[in-house]
Design a protein around this ligand. Structure first.
Ligand code: AMP
Length: 189
């Protein structure tokens, strides 16, 4: 199985590039942000709970997120692999993912980290807000908070995969096609 963690700050292009990777490698796409948003739309209990954190640009608590991810992974029978988009976002989540995947005998193959500087992220998120309809993209104060949370809680997850020799940094500046080619090259190296 090819199991990829597509990593990076908000606005780095994880969703866009995930679509390209799924198409090429036939992977199952698991975006925790998308799953939370679907739950908000469906007015589920999980959605209601997640919304209170998402609206402030904070992380949904680990226990909730890990349980949700766990049940999503187990929904798929015999997948070619998974692309984890927006997960793990904390070291506790990374550890839980390892335990889950070890149990399935299908460890993470690679973490691909899209690197984009903060000023560019802010421009991209505000632009995305025009079409995404996401309240957390439209408010500069919430964007600041999401980037701060990324730097404090999420960026340290890189070291978790570096220690396993699974980490690859990808320049996230360029055209969508250029970045896709960099990701393909890193996977196929
Ligand atoms: P995203 O679509 O990945 O930008 O995620 C949007 C929001 O969903 C984040 O700002 C968090 O509030 C929440 N979220 C998504 N994934 C996670 C995660 N792995 N852990 C905690 N919160 C998450």
């Amino acid at each position: 199985m090819l199991n990829i963690v597509l990593f990076g700050p908000p606005g780095a292009g994880k969703g866009t590039q995930s679509e390209r990777l799924i198409e090429r490698y036939g992977l199952v796409h698991l975006s925790t942000g998308d799953i939370f948003r679907a739950n908000i739309k469906g007015e589920t209990e999980l959605g209601l709970m997640a919304k209170s954190f998402m609206d402030q640009g904070k992380l949904v608590p680990d226990e909730v997120t890990i349980n949700m991810l766990h049940s999503e992974v187990l929904k798929h029978d015999n997948p070619k692999g998974f692309i984890f988009d927006g997960f793990p976002r904390t070291n506790a989540q990374a550890l839980a993912l390892d335990v889950l995947l070890d149990g399935l005998n299908a460890p993470i193959s690679l973490m691909l980290a899209l690197e984009v500087e903060e000023s560019e992220l802010k421009v991209r998120l505000l632009k995305r807000a025009e079409s995404s309809g996401r309240a957390d993209d439209a408010d500069p104060a919430i964007i600041e908070n999401r980037i701060r949370v990324y730097n404090n809680e999420t960026a340290p997850v890189k070291a978790f995969y570096q220690a396993q020799n699974k980490f690859k940094s990808i320049d996230g500046i360029g055209t969508i096609d250029e970045i896709t080619e960099r990701l393909f090259a890193a996977i196929e190296a």
